[in-house]
Design a protein around this ligand. Structure first.
Ligand code: FRU
Length: 516
């Protein structure tokens, strides 16, 4: 039984160790802002949860451009027990930097993506923003050159409207763009600082238009701000007179504005959420990784926009499909895990049931054996006390007392006296063991034990055997009838005498008589 239980435990351990194979890495994502570009990165990260050799579980929080809220969210994610933090810091501010430092000091690696901070972090991955500003600037320079060939009067006004200069993309985009503007002849380059918002850019351009000096080209640090500029242009009735550029290049936003002609260009700012997850897994699994992982984008112009829009839309659709498939897979996995648990539970129940049945069966067999033994004892006792039948013959009582061998031990003396007592009383069919015992000076129980110990027979068996033996002797030595002999040796009925006789000697009394 113990072996079965050990086997059961071993099976359970084996099964549970299969179920608990490799837990997914828990990745917390602290997004600084909403918008299509962020949603795209989020979707890509979610779609990559089961893409690599180690599963991850991505949990995303959004701070909606609020640095204090983002710091709070970073702490909450860390407390929730993440293995790694991915953060796009809203701004390079103390409150966020302190939160990131707390995460790092708790031993949780931190990946900054898209935006950096002056706080320490484990690795960075995101668009190369200096490069972005630079190549958009170079594209603007080519537009400026085209324009100055057409119109010769005055300088071309190039206006840059920045995102929040507290964030690294705005700082770097500005650096790259300013570099491209440097040394560009025939331009008046102005830079206005803003906050990534469409409204902010709208106000700046409205004010500028209202000065009467129209900017020829406006470069905004993102497409959202570019829509604000377009709004101002339309509202001020100067549509078509200002060339607008942005950054992000999202389907349904920047790409569409270029297709509609609202913008003359945008920059395809890379998202690649799957690369963020790849980097996270490398860090968590102790693989070598680069601390700085810049991603390249490209300028989208009216010439290539249709192709880019088509490809991007398709890629995003594929990504959505992956997320859908993954959701379904997760649902199936959930079901599979539940079924497996039910299966393990059933297995355990079945084994326990089998063990229980075996134990009950063994208990039943033991009880039956005990009952049978008890019954046998009862029968013997009953026979003993009721003067009933017996079959076993024992040597000491087969021989008449005259032939009892020497030396005469205590047992022999007892056997002889008992033999005599039986012989004397056997004709009495109502002879009781109490009477015999009394004659021997023993209680019923003492008599029973002594006779049993010496002969292996109960007194009742012994009595019957002696009655039959005497019956045999009378059949062969007297002319008494079988009936008379039956009564003589103490049987209640001659029929019963005959049947016991047959069992004892293998033939009926009449056969023995006939042989004479
Ligand atoms: C979105 C966004 C993008 C921009 C990026 C810079 O939140 O403002 O438009 O390219 O952040 O970090």
């Amino acid at each position: 039984m113990r072996r079965i239980l050990l086997l059961l435990i071993a099976a359970l351990v084996a099964l549970t160790s299969c179920t608990d194979s490799r837990k997914p890495y828990r990745i917390g994502v602290a997004q600084c802002s909403k918008g299509r570009w962020r949603e795209k990165v989020n979707q890509e990260m979610l779609a990559a949860q089961h893409l690599y050799e180690h599963d991850v579980k991505v949990n995303i929080a959004n701070a909606f451009d609020d640095s204090a809220l983002q710091a709070h969210q970073i702490d909450s994610l860390a407390q929730a027990g993440i293995d790694l933090l991915v953060v796009a810091p809203n701004e390079d501010t103390q409150v966020i930097n302190e939160a990131i430092a707390r995460v790092l000091s708790a031993g949780i690696p931190v990946i900054c993506f898209d935006r950096k901070t002056s706080a320490d972090y484990t690795a960075f991955i995101g668009g190369n923003n200096v490069e972005a500003g630079l190549i958009v600037g170079q594209y603007v320079a080519s537009i400026v050159r085209d324009m100055s060939q057409q119109a010769t009067n005055g300088k071309t006004m190039v206006m840059e409207i920045t995102g929040s200069m507290n964030s690294t993309p705005a700082q770097e985009r500005h650096r790259g763009f300013a570099e491209a503007m440097e040394g560009l002849s025939g331009i008046e380059y102005v830079c206005r600082q803003s906050d990534w918002s469409s409204d902010g850019a709208c106000r700046i351009v409205t004010d500028q238009i209202q000065t009467g000096r129209l900017p020829d080209i406006v470069f905004c640090h993102n497409d959202g701000m570019a829509t604000g500029v377009y709004k101002a242009v339309v509202e001020q009735g100067v549509e078509g007179r200002i060339k607008i550029l942005g950054i992000d290049g999202m389907p349904g936003e920047g790409l569409e504005y270029v297709q509609f002609g609202h913008q003359v260009g945008t920059y395809f700012y890379p998202t690649h959420g799957e690369k963020i997850i790849r980097l996270a897994i490398d860090i968590l699994s102790g693989k070598p990784f680069e601390r700085d992982n810049p991603m390249l984008g490209f300028v989208v112009t009216p010439e290539n926009v249709d192709l880019v829009a088509m490809e991007s839309t398709e890629l995003m659709r594929q990504n959505d499909h992956m997320v859908t498939i993954q959701d379904k897979l997760e649902a199936y996995f959930g079901l599979y895990n539940t079924q497996r648990k039910v299966l393990i539970g059933s297995f355990v129940c079945i084994v326990l049931l089998i063990v229980a049945v075996i134990m009950i069966w063994r208990a039943y067999v033991q009880t039956r054996r005990a009952i049978r033994q008890r019954q046998a004892l009862n029968i013997e006792e009953t026979l003993f006390y009721t003067n009933a039948d017996s079959r076993i013959l024992r040597q000491v009582f087969e021989t008449p007392p005259e032939g009892t061998p020497e030396p005469r031990s205590q047992d022999t003396i007892f056997a002889e006296s008992l033999n005599e007592a039986i012989r004397k009383n056997m004709s009495n069919p109502n002879l009781k063991m109490e009477d015999l015992g009394e004659e021997m000076g023993l209680s019923r129980v003492q008599l029973y034990r002594k006779v049993k110990a010496i002969t292996g027979q109960t007194p009742v068996e012994l009595l019957r055997q002696m009655r039959l033996q005497r019956g045999y002797m009378l059949l062969t030595t007297t002319n008494l009838t079988v009936n008379e002999i039956a009564y003589e040796v103490g049987f209640g009925t001659p029929g019963y005498f005959s049947s016991c006789f047959k069992k004892q000697f293998g033939k009926y009394p009449t056969d023995v008589r006939a042989e004479q």
